[in-house]
Design a protein around this ligand. Structure first.
Ligand SMILES: CC1=C(CCC(=O)O)c2cc3nc(cc4[nH]c(cc5[nH]c(cc1n2)c(C)c5CCC(=O)O)c(CCC(=O)O)c4C)C(CCC(=O)O)=C3C
Ligand SMILES: [Fe+2]
Length: 348
């Protein structure tokens, strides 16, 4: 396939105290997140000076991919655009159009399926192209990579490295991912797959990493719950789970943020701040495994995903899940796939 560019499509994050509120409003527009939750999350960002680490991490990861492209003789410019903060995807796609890009691959910074992790990026692609108009380039999104060997191997090594910092090797391995409403998880994937594509892919990635580490018993839990309390989300929460582990006499935990590709705010707040603090109160040791974003293998993974399109290279994958997430111009993966949740009306 002939392509002219790669678009790195991410979530975006604020760059200073004044950006936080407008950023949060962009994220939650029409999504039924209560104002109290926004106030709370604003404090998490302000705790770090109103700066999310996510933009700098994306820029560093893009530089790493540029170096791998150069080494591999792949001559593709890389553009960067986000859903919720500058550089906004629509502006970036306008810039690509002006530069004469006719067809680009799109790397979304999420490894998984589901509405928030996959279909919402498709919606971003549709909206960005629509804002540019008829000259917008064709945008071909790359597939889910949660079961790519380079993604899994990076987490295996980071779990081992985190475990090595503990005073004991008798630790509990606990995987965490961003919680989503139960209804969103039930609707994840095409209906004939039976739903729950997001939580099942998380479970599969956790299984592969645990096997690579050589750990038989582990847990998969959730973090960063949002939304009104009356709507059920995936549980248990990591912080509650630490209480439960403590009650069972467990004294050391390795937390592995399997649902995230880089150390953005959910990781540095919910895990490195809240979970670590709770572990401290309980007298438990807590080590957090690094996310893969800064690992050279992550850049190599992007190169491999790109090669699947440039030269028809085979898709390397460790699970039986079908290849998914790869569509053109933001088309949905399949009829009924990852339907956006119906937002319940606010109680009167
Ligand atoms: C599955 C998933 C991923 C992983 C897949 C992926 O990576 O895309 C993810 C990533 C991220 N989520 C992020 C930030 C936020 N997510 C929020 C809200 C929500 N996330 C949800 C799900 C997910 N989110 C959901 C169902 C909501 C409820 C509102 C809605 O239905 O949409 C809110 C609103 C406030 C709050 O309620 O927390 C914020 C600020 C950041 C950037 C962090 C930074 O700045 O460093 C990143 C990478
Ligand atoms: Fe989120």
């Amino acid at each position: 396939m002939q392509v002219d560019a790669l678009l790195w499509l991410s979530f975006g994050g604020p760059e200073g105290p004044e950006d936080v509120r407008p950023f949060l409003e962009n994220v939650t527009r029409g999504r039924g997140v209560p104002p109290e939750r926004l106030d709370e999350v604003e404090q998490h960002y302000q705790h770090f000076g109103g700066v999310s680490p996510i933009n700098a991490l994306n820029c560093a990861a893009i530089e790493a991919v540029r170096a791998e492209f150069a080494a591999a003789g792949i001559d593709l410019p890389i553009y960067f655009g986000n859903r919720n903060w500058h550089p906004m995807a629509a502006d970036t796609v306008a810039e690509m159009t002006a530069a004469g890009v006719k067809r680009a691959l799109v790397f979304p910074t999420s490894a998984y399926g589901g509405y928030s992790a996959c279909r919402q990026y498709d919606e971003d692609i549709v909206a960005a192209r629509a804002s540019v108009g008829a000259d917008a380039p064709e945008l071909v999104k790359l597939r889910h990579f949660f079961d790519h060997p380079l993604f899994i191997e990076s987490f295996v090594d980071s779990v081992k490295a985190a475990a090595a910092t503990l005073s004991t090797q008798d630790y509990r391995l606990v995987f965490t991912a961003h919680s989503v409403p139960l209804s969103a998880d039930a609707a994840a994937g095409p209906p004939e797959e039976g739903g729950h594509r997001y939580s099942r892919q998380i479970a599969e990635a956790a299984r592969l990493v645990a096997a690579g580490v050589g750990v038989a018993d582990y847990d998969v839990v959730w973090q960063s719950r949002s939304g009104p309390a009356r709507i059920p989300w995936l549980e248990p929460d990591i912080v509650d789970h630490l209480d439960a582990l403590h009650a069972k006499g467990i004294g050391a935990v390795v937390g592995c943020p399997i649902g995230f590709v880089s150390d953005h705010l959910e990781v540095v707040w919910d895990l490195d701040t809240e979970a670590r603090e709770r572990a401290g109160e309980l007298g438990m040791e807590f080590a957090r495994a690094a996310t893969p974003g800064a690992d050279r293998r992550f850049a190599q993974l992007v190169v491999e995903l790109v090669r699947e399109h440039l030269d028809g290279a085979p898709a390397r994958k460790l699970s039986e899940f079908p290849v998914a997430g790869c569509t053109v111009n933001g088309a949905i993966c399949a009829v009924g796939c990852c339907e956006p949740a119906k937002r319940p009306a606010r109680p009167a």
